[in-house]
Design a protein around this ligand. Structure first.
Ligand code: URA
Length: 436
């Protein structure tokens, strides 16, 4: 078999055989297929697509390109949750403790944040002492003992995706549904959970710009998961504005704490209640989502969810005093107010611009080697649907850097105002893969 023939076949719009797909994945991992052929292949897939059999085979080949984790010695249904990436997305830090406090077992492996969407691991590390590199045995013990662990993926997990995703990132081939679906699902399947909930974002700050495209991606992933024997469901959620008010690291942890204490932003709380209802159903803890949602609301009201957050951070070495008293987190030296220059109603907030601004203020990294300033970020003061008067503060920019005038300008421009009133819409628009 020759890689060039496989590339040409896909370029001409034909379906590849399972053997051809496995030949590519094996060859790319062992180095016999060079980067230039892998990029030509990825571009051919981007233009020509893959059918569901090809996508499933690609996922399976990638999943088995390295080690897989066996969670079967942990009793009960193990659940996992994944977001396709959003700005201000601290959902895992709220949802994880909530479902664990209701008896679910959440075993989650996460990647690092790169570009405009920060990673959960980075946010967790804003709490001193917090360890995200857990040995497999530690990871499993913790899930068994307290019902939740969130750790970094080991280097041995899905090496094919590590190489291919990095290549796609620099060859304009990220936005392909079969490539995104196989990348995400190969990692989720290799991490060993029985049930998976995917949070597929759509809107300005997401890979999928509209709900139609996001639906196709969600259905593709749900089908892959089901074909490989896992209860996989997806929610489609709005990313036409950052989630919650905080975009950064320490400030997102503070917002997660506030949400677990019932004092969080409405959109984040609504997302966690809905997603929690689904996860508890998948875990077999409740008969239906309505009952699941009621349990999650109760876990917020009673403080059980917050207690679980503290237990989870303590188990991974985190200094829980920071969660109990969030004023201990270091503050950024400068707090700039970004003010509205005209009046109107917020129609949308450009997530990409907000995410990139947060990065330029120090909160994110452009390359994996970059250092993150945990205290930097953006605090929104207005959200979609809010009325704005000239001179109102739209958001606060927190930074230790000097000379950020152009970032403040970008932030002001990222609030798109309408002259007429704007309706506030629910954050979860659709659920896919629900068993009825
Ligand atoms: N997230 C992933 O893990 N892979 C993709 O291809 C896109 C988003």
């Amino acid at each position: 078999m020759r890689m060039v023939d496989i590339i040409e076949k896909k370029r001409d719009g034909l379906s590849l055989t399972d053997e051809e797909i496995r030949f590519f994945v094996r060859g790319y991992v062992d180095g016999t297929v060079p980067d230039y052929q892998a990029s030509a292949f990825a571009m051919a897939v981007l233009f020509r697509g893959m059918d569901s059999r090809e996508t499933a085979t690609l996922t399976d080949a990638m999943m088995h390109s390295g080690e897989t984790i066996d969670l079967s010695d942990i009793p009960g249904v193990k659940v996992d949750k994944h977001s396709t990436g959003g700005v201000g997305d601290k959902t895992s830090l709220v949802l994880g403790p909530l479902v664990a406090s209701c008896g679910a077992k959440l075993a989650k492996m996460s990647g690092r944040g790169l570009g405009h969407t920060g990673g959960t691991l980075d946010k967790m590390e804003s709490v001193p002492g917090m360890r995200i590199a857990l040995k497999e045995s530690e990871f499993k013990d913790q899930v068994k003992r307290i019902g939740i662990a969130i750790a970094g993926q080991t280097a041995e997990l899905v090496p094919a995706d590590k190489k291919l995703y990095a290549l796609r990132d620099v060859t304009g081939t990220v936005e392909s549904i079969p490539l995104i679906a196989s990348s995400i699902m190969s990692k989720k399947l290799a991490s060993g959970s029985d049930a998976i909930l995917l949070d597929v974002k759509f809107g300005g700050g997401a890979f999928m710009k509209d709900i139609k495209q996001a639906t196709v991606l969600a259905k593709t992933m749900v089908e892959i998961g089901k074909n490989l024997g896992r209860d996989t469901r997806a929610i489609l959620t709005d990313m036409d504005q950052p989630l919650g008010f905080a975009v950064g690291n320490a400030i997102e942890v503070i917002e997660a704490v506030n949400t677990l204490k019932g004092k969080g932003p409405k959109d984040l709380e609504e997302l966690c209640i809905k997603a929690g209802g689904i996860l508890l159903t998948q875990a077999g803890i409740v008969p239906d989502e309505t009952e699941g949602e009621a349990r999650i609301e109760e876990a917020i009201r009673s403080g059980k969810g917050f207690e679980k957050l503290c237990e989870f951070f303590a188990a991974q070495g985190g200094d829980v005093r920071y969660l109990e008293d969030t004023s201990l987190f270091p503050r950024a030296r400068f707090v700039h107010e970004v003010k509205a220059t005209k009046e109107g109603h917020v129609e949308r907030i450009d997530c990409l611009a907000v995410g990139l601004s947060a990065m330029r203020l120090g909160a994110g990294r452009a390359t994996l080697a970059d250092h993150i300033d945990m205290s930097a970020g953006i605090l929104l003061k207005k959200k979609v649907g809010d009325a704005v008067k000239k001179g109102d503060v739209l958001c606060l920019a927190l930074t230790n850097k000097e000379g950020v005038g152009d970032v403040l300008k970008t932030l002001e421009g990222s609030f798109v105002l309408s002259e007429t009133e704007v309706e506030k819409k629910p954050i979860v628009r659709r659920v896919i893969g629900r068993e009825v």
